[in-house]
Design a binder for this molecule. Sequence first.
Ligand code: C2O
Ligand code: CU
Length: 464
Amino acid sequence: MHCSRRNFLKAGTLAGMVPFAPKALFAQSGKVSELIAQKAAFQLTPEGYAKTEIWGYYGVSPGPEIRMIQGTEFSTRLRNELSEPTSVHWHGLRIENAMDGVSGLTQDPVATGEGFDYSFTPPDAGTYWYHAHNRSFEQVGRGLYGAFIVNEQDAPDVDRDEVLILDDWRINPESGQIDGAFGAPHDRSHSGRRGNYVTTNSEGNYSLTVQKGERLRLRLINAANDRIFTLTTVGFDGWIMAYDGMPLSEPEKLEGNLFLAPGQRVDLFVDVTTEPGENAYLARIEDNQGYAQATFIVDGSGSQSNRGAPAPLPPNPNMSIGKLDGATPIELRMEGGAMGGLRSAVLDGKTMDMRQIADANQFWAFNGVVGLTDTPLARLGRNETARMKIINDTSFPHAMHLHGMHFREVFGDGSLGPLRDTLLSFSGQTREIAFLAHNPGKWLFHCHMLAHADSGMTTWIDVT
Ligand code: C2O
Ligand code: CU
């Protein structure tokens, strides 16, 4: 496989070579006194180039990795030092609604200079992440996110545990700064804002040194605004262990390509099979070409020989979705966007034609309605099972994310898919998901392509 890195930067601007401060790593549990959202100059582009102004937690992106043990309480105070309001969402954590961090639905946005106290006990082990949830299309796009890892009580048998956060940035090659045209109508009405600088943990050329025979746990998180990553590994024997934090009952051998839509995570166990002196890769596929998304430099051999397939990760509590017979049906038809044929829809309570909707910089509708409304898509009783048909009547893929609860896909033959919180739906597909409404509150349901979420693809579900 051909692996090369895409070069986007013009040679030029040179700045002082100040390496950025090592990322703070919070302790194994409990209290993180503050989480400060702030602007900062950050070495995003390769060293030798000017620093880029980002918005990040503690001024770095990804923000500090939060790692704790399942069943312990987490608490922190968000402090907003940005020049606009913000809030923090704990993506994929099945926690109480008041802590979900959605500005305008579960809390008021936190004004500049103000704070907000979050505290909750994550019930599930796995790979989650936290990110801004006010004007996310810009705040996440400028770097306000980090990993939230919940360790199993008994550590699984791996030699290393590595978090790889994938992102893409739209950088102006002249200035080295983030392109400020967030919310551009062309991005919104098509596949969203795609970056020209693809990174892992904010490095364009991310690498780790490993040994042959080592078993690594790779926790992949797609933090990009809109990009779907198509991934494969080279030089490893690998297994898929979990999707969106939730363990598979049987690890799946990793073969072929893997899609990772915005918001989604996957946990892999990979055994290094490459000989010392060579490289193994996490590669992304674009236009049939492989690019190194992360390079693993194999230096020496570990003592372990072939260990065979791993045992599954321990299940999380409450992974059942209840009974499908008698489940409450919900239908969600996605419409709009470029080449979509949507003629009119309801915006702010008024029926408008597509031109008026586009004038408001909106482009998408769910069941003929653009954006968040006072009434939910569905009201469900607590512990009711819902079965939702999702019809993608647009020309683009979408990554539908449900807050507060995980779902399973229901296939045509009645079999169920893995528990997930974000469904990647392609143009023209009709898919079905089912979930148990175990968590009371107002839960957002939206496309995690953040350009789409802000231009119509957001609704909510009320669990009472
Ligand atoms: Cu990760 Cu509502 O989002
Ligand atoms: Cu979308």
